[in-house]
Design a binder for this molecule. Sequence first.
Ligand SMILES: Cc1ncc(COP(=O)(O)O)c(C=O)c1O
Length: 374
Amino acid sequence: MIRYSFATGNTNPETFPADAFGEAAARVLPTMAADLNQYPGKLGHEGLRRLMAEREFEREGVRIDPDHIVLTNGSMQAVTLAAETAAQGNNLVVMEEYSYVGSIRAFDAMGIEMVGVPLDEEGMRMDALADTLERLKQEGRPTPFIYTLATYQNPTGAVMSRERRLKLIELARQFDCIVVEDNCYGDVHFDGDKPPALYALDDDPRHIYLSSLSKIFAPGVRLGYLTASPALLERVLARRHDAGPNTLAAAITYEYLHDKLWQHVEMANDALKAKRDTMLDALNRHLGNECSFSHPSGGLFIWVRLPDDVDPGRVQEIAAENEVSIAHGSDFHIRNDAGPFIRLAFGYPTIDEIEAGIARLGDSVRQARGSGAS
Ligand SMILES: Cc1ncc(COP(=O)(O)O)c(C=O)c1O
């Protein structure tokens, strides 16, 4: 049985406004007979699209026409729609070599070959990106698109520096690639300034930008969105065959969030920040001598480097025996390469569970070391 769940990027049940959300549903449902008896269309709920356009304006200072925002079934649907569109029948993507496991699995299932670029604490390395794009071009396989998690990268927590963002834009233009920017965590922000999105630094029309309500509100509502310039957006919409996003979820979420989006986000982030701090503190106390770990300024994850003589798979097994679930670093590698990493998610467990679970994880690492099964 797992009592301490650090494996998946779930959000915080303690800050989900169940009662107020129920009241929002009760207010809006009686008005929805007509809307619920029609198919939603390809863009989805107009109010929520307007709200997401405001969200983008307030973060990036860029005005997006709400009619250029497409609501999706979580941002995961936006990932697959964007990839299908951007691959243009040339099934290749260049991306951070560690990335979101859902996107890796989707690209794999779609037959899109993933070419990895190493990253450090400032995100994707631009020298390596330039070399990769040039090599592929020389091989006669020009890169149709770059997929990047520039902000609070999953799994590493890295934030791409502004300098690298500008370089990525320059390289994308030079090698004629579409940039698919996945900004799922952009507003799950704890310290310092929010970094600018790539699309806000560039007026080139070859960007597809996607984001979500999963990480600022709740993944169970399955609401994400994408935006692109009109010509590219038309190509995305030509691939949408699901009769549109869920009107019910969008309407209730809009009713709840429309006059308190940032108030909700701040409240949720304050609680997440306390959990991040608790986890970092516990890691320092229980694993500070053995491991190094990221200090993320946003997002939901801490990326832990284990000692070289410890097998992350063995740690995962022993941790599970100790009722702790963690994610194996290789799950996030495009070729499943087993580096000495594990990923810990701090959004879902309580503060007490984080304290107790990290103590058990510390014991598990030492047990794995002692077992000599590296
Ligand atoms: C980087 C990234 N993109 C997309 C997603 C998909 O999230 P959702 O479909 O819930 O919006 C996730 C989920 O963890 C993620 O980490």
